[in-house]
Design a protein around this ligand. Structure first.
Ligand code: CDP
Length: 237
């Protein structure tokens, strides 16, 4: 790792953007959360567990998690066409994979837990922000969880690993160019999701996972504090 690498916003290579996390932001939902990392803001709302509809999708052996990720039209300066696209469908699916391992779904036969994630402002790392918000919202809804999930994108800019890329960094084109590695893991260190867009050696991938572990440990503390603040504020909800 090159310690001298200069990031556009002056952060150290292992430094996260400013984070803000809050639960209870959608009163109509069973659980909800906002997670902000710099200029990326995700809102997650959880509904359920409740009877699965349509009925033919019910599974008598276990409950199901349904995730719906959506980047709102006004979340970036170049307005996005509203509605489902392939990217949103892919991110909805990987969000489900990232969160499912911590849920105890066999407690809920024939039921579904719906998680809606809206990205209201985007500056890269939206899938990770969405997963962080969703994990918090599930905990806020009181859904039994074995662990919390925290998520971060590690990137390789030319040869240097950095955490929590901005959009400007994702577009970095010098040398080997950008590599984007979103990673989600439980507090106990089990990786529940990892993607790789770009090129990296096996050796450097291990370093990337180590950087992600350090970042996720910090994110976990912020998630825990958001939940604790809500309990203190709501008097034990
Ligand atoms: O957001 P994330 O890094 O998880 O996913 P991405 O597909 O790598 O997108 C990176 C960033 O590109 C987003 O966070 C947005 O800032 C931007 N983007 C955009 O401007 N327009 C799109 N249709 C999709 C993404």
């Amino acid at each position: 790792m090159t310690e001298k690498f200069k990031r556009g916003d002056g952060r150290a290579i292992d430094e996260l953007r400013q984070i803000e996390a809050k639960v209870g932001v959608v009163p109509n939902a069973d659980g909800s959360a906002m997670y902000r990392s710099g200029d990326t803001i995700a809102i997650a709302a959880v509904y359920g567990p409740k009877k699965m509809h349509p009925q033919h999708q019910q599974d008598p052996s276990r409950g199901q998690l349904r995730c719906d990720y959506n980047m709102l039209s006004f979340s970036v300066s170049e307005r996005i066409k509203p509605g489902k696209n392939r990217r949103a469908m892919e991110i909805s699916e990987i969000t489900k994979w990232a969160l499912e391992p911590v849920l105890i779904l066999d407690k809920y036969p024939n039921q579904v837990i719906d998680v809606f994630i809206d990205i209201i402002q985007a500056d890269a790392g939206t899938r990770c922000a969405g997963i962080n918000a969703a994990s918090l919202a599930l905990a806020h809804a009181g859904v039994p969880m074995k662990d919390m999930v925290s998520s971060i994108a590690v990137g390789k800019l030319d040869k240097t690993l950095v955490v929590d890329l901005t959009k400007e960094e994702e577009d970095f084109e010098e040398g080997e160019g950008p590599t984007d590695i979103p990673i989600s893991m439980t507090h106990s260190g089990k990786i529940t999701h990892m993607q790789l867009d770009g090129k990296i050696s096996a050796e450097q991938l291990k370093d990337a996972v180590d950087l992600a572990k350090g970042a996720c440990a910090k994110i976990y503390e912020i998630q825990k504090k958001a939940l604790k603040d809500a309990v203190d504020f709501e008097g034990g909800k």
